[in-house]
Unconditional design. Structure first.
Length: 247
């Protein structure tokens, strides 16, 4: 409303709105008649179709001014017995006109329906993210296992020269952790680039500010380091001296 009346309060002013029916004159030109209404109050922005819709100019009028084809009646219940409440509302309405058709829906059902597409999108993203993390951990496990098997002779020599199993494990973890760190760094860059897209699928979550979408490297790092630790620890359990003699 402030955009229409930037110079003061809109109360008491007149606004115009298209009215029905739209008329066409003898030359085929369409004329849209406008009705004038006086502003008597201001309400907060509301969402009608979905929670993520943009705020559109909206005007509320009385039924005496505009007769709607259908009407939504919002009832706040003070009881948990929905069946009895619906029966009472139906009886009260039909007492005035038994021919009025009625359909009842819970407010929470309407909200859930409006969020259905966004919830499905986020569910799929979460599922694909979990699959990607699992495949990454399995891939790291396979790569580290292969590298460790190729370096058995080197690790055996280190053990023969006095390296403890803990030092061998630390060496492999450090080298594997470097790969994991590079992957997390790339993931952070990708998350920053895609945060606006992700935020667009969430309600009242912006790309910046206290509720911003954040990339959490903890789960990725845990999965990656787990894929490094298991094969590295397996190598330290081998008899490296016996392996060296076999070589």
């Amino acid at each position: 409303m402030n955009s229409f009346t930037p110079d003061g309060s809109p109360l008491g002013r007149k606004v115009s709105s298209p009215s029905l029916p739209i008329m066409k004159d003898s030359t085929g030109v369409i004329h849209v008649p406008f009705d004038e209404y006086e502003v008597v109050g201001i309400v907060e922005d509301a969402h009608f179709a979905s929670l993520d819709e943009s705020d559109e100019p909206t005007m509320y009028v009385t039924m005496e001014q505009v007769t709607p084809r259908k009407m939504n009646l919002v009832v706040k219940l003070t009881t948990d017995d929905i069946t009895s409440a619906v029966a009472g509302i139906r009886e009260a309405v039909w007492a005035g006109d038994p021919m009025i058709p009625m359909d009842f829906r819970l407010h929470q059902d309407i909200v859930d329906e409006s969020l259905g597409a966004s919830r499905m999108t986020m569910l799929l993203l979460t599922l694909f993210g979990g699959v990607a993390l699992t495949l990454a951990a399995v891939g790291i496990f396979g790569v580290v296992s292969f590298v460790a098997s190729q370096r058995t002779t080197e690790l055996s020599i280190r053990a023969a020269l006095g390296a403890t199993p803990g030092e061998v494990l630390s060496l492999l973890m450090k080298q594997g952790g470097t790969m994991v760190g590079l992957g997390i760094g790339a993931g952070v860059v990708g998350a920053i680039a895609a945060r606006n897209l992700v935020a667009s699928q969430l309600y009242e979550i912006s790309a910046s500010g206290p509720g911003r979408v954040r990339y959490r490297p903890g789960s990725s790092g845990t999965g990656g380091l787990g894929g490094v630790f298991l094969p590295a620890r397996k190598v330290t359990k081998l008899n490296l001296a016996q392996t060296l003699r076999q070589e």
